[in-house]
Design a binder for this molecule. Sequence first.
Ligand code: ADP
Ligand code: MG
Ligand code: MG
Length: 943
Amino acid sequence: MTQYVFFFGGGKADGNKDMKDVLGGKGAGLAEMTNAGVPVPPGFTISTQACNAYYASGGKLPGEVDQQMDAALAKLEGLQGKKLGDASDPLLVSVRSGSKFSMPGMMDTILNLGMNDRSVEGLKTKTGNARFAKDSYRRFIQMYGNVVLGIEKDKFEHELSAVKAKHKAKTDVELGEKALDEVIARYKAVVEKDTHHPFPQDARQQLVGARDAVFKSWMNPRAITYRKLNDIPHDLGTAVNVQTMVFGNMGDSSATGVGFTRNPSTGAREFYGEFLQNAQGEDVVSGVRTPQPISELQKVMPKAYQQLREITTRLERHYKDVQDFEFTIQENTLYMLQTRNGKRTGLAAINIAVDMCEEGLLTKKEALMKVEPQALDQLLHPIFDPKARKGVEVAAKGLPASPGAATGAIVFTADEAVAWAQKGKRVLLVRMETVPDDIHGMSVAQGVLTATGGMTSHAAVVGRQMGKPSVVGCGALDINAKAHTLKVGGKTLREGDSISIDGSTGEVILKALPTSASEVIQVVEGRLQPEQSPIYQKFEKLLGWADEVRRLGIRANADVPKDAKVAFGFGARGIGLCRTEHMFFGAERLPHVVKMILAAARGQRGIDLTRRLKERLKEAKGGQAAEIKKELAKVEKEYGKHVKDYTTALKKLEPMQKADFMGLFKEMHGSPVTIRTLDPPLHEFLPKREELMVEIATLKAKRGSKSTIAAKEKLLRAVEELHEFNPMLGHRGCRLGITYPEITRMQARAIFEAALAVAKKGIPVKPEVMIPLVGHVEELKRQKAIVLEAAREVLGASGSGVDFLVGTMIEVPRGAVTADEIAKEAEFFSFGTNDLTQMGFGLSRDDASKFLLYYQEHGLIERDPFITIDAAGVGLLVKTGVQKGRSVKKDLKIGVCGEHGGDPASIRFFHEVGLDYVSCSPYRVPIARLAAAQAQLEGSASD
Ligand code: ADP
Ligand code: MG
Ligand code: MG
C-alpha cells in the first residue's frame, strides 16, 4: 500500500527534511521541526504522489487517499481533543500547498477551515472572544469562496468595504461583532448568488474541497509561469498540508510574522523580518497592511521574541543555511509554521556563504554549493552613476527590497509592462502591491515599485529572486491605476513618464538617471582598488575557493584586447575563441575588407594560375618555356589588376590583425589564445542588396556622379554573385579558407608575427590557430598546411621559441562522428556548440524562435537547446567527438566555445564528458568558475 498521508505532531513526525519530493518543502520542514522539538501545530501532509494521481486520473483520487486522510484526521482530533466542525469546541485547520521547490504565493492556502454557522458560536463561547470568532469565520468564507469556489476576491472586498464605510471603520480591526455578523451574512449571500448553493457547512466536505483546490492550483497559470521562469518541472506536483490552526488574531497578545535569520537583501548578519499584531498570517505576506519591523516584537512580546530568536538560530545551524520562517503567536505562545532555506539576492548569497564559512558553520566546499552561479550576475548589474546621482532630489523613500539601479517608463499593470516591453521600451512596474498574477510583468520590467507591503511582501521576495531592483512599501505614492497616474511629492506622473529607483537604498527619483558599472566591474576594469570594495573581496574569495576545487579550465570568448582584459580580470585563463571577423568590421578596415572581397575570386584565380604556370616553367624545355611565358602574360593581363587589388587589401589588413593579436596576447599574460580563421560568409561584410538598389536609384534620380554610381553598381553585382540561399550552410568557415587560401595565409602570418613581437618583449605567448567548420579531415589537413607554411615563413625553421598549436572546431555533425580521423591532424578540438546545435537539430538559430517557444510551452522540449545543451542529442555528438578524438590522441586538448560555455547546466555536462575547458563571454566567467566547481563537487559526491 502506498503511504499518501504523513502525520506530524506530539513531538514526532512520519517524515523528515530529506523527503521534499514526497512532502514538498513545507511538509518536510514541518516534519523536521516537529522531530526537533520545535513548537509546531500538529497536522498531516498529503503527498505529492496523491497530486500526481489526481492529475493522472483526470481529477479523481484513489480511495486510499480518502481513507488515510480520515485516519490522520481522527488521530489529529484525538491529539487535540477537538473535532473538526464541532459545535462547542471545534478543531480548525489550515490547508496549505507546498511543492518541492518553494513558489512564494503561487499556489493557494486556506485558513480557518472547519468554521460553520454552529462552530463559530462554539469558538466564541470557548474563547470568550466574539470578535475573533466572527473575524475568523468571515476570513474563511472569503478564502474558501475565492480559492475553492472560484469567486472573485473583489466581490468580497466590495462587501467588506461597504460594511467598513457604514460603521466608519478605517481598518478591519475596528469592526465589532455586529459589523462582522453583517459581513458574514453578506459573504454568504455572495456565495449563494455566485454558486447557487449555500456556503458548505459540512466540515469534511470543506476539507475535501480545499484539498482538491490545492491540487488544482498546481496547474493555475501563475504557478505554471513561475515554474517556467525558474526551470521547475511541471510534473513534480504539490503536497497538501492540513494543520491545526493557531491564531495571531486573538487580540494584542497575538501576532503573526515572517522573518529571516540574516538579511536576504545584503546578507548582513542581522535578525530580519516583520510582524503584525492581531492579524492572520497572510496579512503580512500579501502586502495589504504594512507590518512592523521584527525588532519591535522584542518590545511588545519580549518572551516570545527571545524564544523565536533561539529557535531560528537553532534552525539555521541545523539546516546550515539562512532560514526564512513564518510564525504565529497566540496569546503570547509562539508557534512555528514554516521554515525553509531563504531566497536571497546574489549579493546576499556571496556574503552569507563566505560569512558562514568563516563562522565555521560551513566548509569551503559547502559554502560553494550555497551560491547559485547565475546569481553572481547580479553583482555585475549597473548602479546609478554617482556623478549624475549627486544633488538629484529624492521624491520618496520606500523599503530597499532588492538591490540595483533601475530606470524606466512607468506602467501600472503587468500586461502594460509586457506590451511596452515588446515594443522595446524599458519599463518600471508601479503597483499598489504586486500579486503572483503580476509575475509576467515583473519579469520584463527593469524594476518594481510598490506603495504597500514589507520586505517580505510578494514584490520583495520575487524581486530578490529575479535579481530585479525593487522598492516596496513606499507609502508616499498615491497610485491611481484606473486613471494611470502616480502622484508623489506634489507632482503627478503619467504612464510612460520616466523615473528611477534604487533598490539598495529605497530611493525613488522622478527622472531617468544614467547608470554606471557595478563595484565589481569597476575593480575588474582597474578603476577601483580591490581594497576599496568589500564585496569584490568576498566575490573573489569565494571564486578563489572555486578555483581550488574545479577541474575544468575557464577561458573567455574575446575578440578585442579590452574584452580580454575584463575576462582576465574575472579570472579567465585563456581565450577560447577570438572571432577574427569582428576585427574586420572596424571603420578603418571595412573598406579594405570590401576591396579584398571584390577582388577575391579573380585575384585568387590569378594567383593560382600564375603559381601553376611558374611551376611548369621550371621544368619546361625549349619551345615549351616560351609557350608558358605567353600564357603567363595572358594571365597577367586578365587577372593582374585583381591580383594586385586582392594582395594589396590583404597586405593592408595584415598589420591591423597583427596589432589586434598582440593586444590579446599581452592581456592574456601567457595563457593560451585561440584564434579562429575567418568564418562568416563574405556577403556579411557587404551592404544589403536592397539598400544598394535604393541608393543607386536615388543617386541616379539626383544625377549623382557617374563614378560613384559605377562603383555602387559594381558592388551590387558582387553582392548578387555572393548571394546564397542558405548562407549558414554555404560558403563559410574553412570552405572560405580553402577556396581563398591567401586569406588564411594572411591571418596565420598576422598571428605568428604578433606572437613573435610579443615574445620578443619577454611576454610568454601561446597561440592556438583554430580552423572553423571542419567536417572532413581533408579540409583541416589543407588549411593546416597553409598555417604551418606561414609559421615557417614568420618564425623560421627554429620556431623562434613560439609554441603554437593548430586545431579545429568541431561544429559540423560529420566532424563529430569522424573525430578520430580529424584528430590525426588536429592538436586540439573546440566544440562550437552553437553551430553543432543548429546543424544537429537542423534548425536555424535565427528562425527558431517562431516555433521553439511553442515547443517549450507545449512540453515538446524542456529547455531552449541554444541556452542549455541538449545532452541526449547534440551532447551525444560532443561525447562521441571526445571519445573518438581521444581514441587517437589520448591527451587531445578539448574545449567548448559556444554560448553553452557559460550556462551552468551545460557546464556540468561538459565536466562530465571530460572536456578540458569551457569558454564563455567575459561577463559569464565568474558564473563558469563557480559552476565548474559545483560540477566537480557534485560529481565527487556521487562517486
Ligand atoms: P505560502 O506557501 O504562500 O507561504 P502558507 O501555506 O505558508 O502559504 O500560508 C500562508 C500564511 O498562512 C502563512 O503566512 C501562515 O502564517 C498562515 N498559516 C498557514 N497555516 C496556518 C496555521 N495552521 N495556523 C496559523 N496560520 C497559518
Ligand atoms: Mg508560507
Ligand atoms: Mg560556428
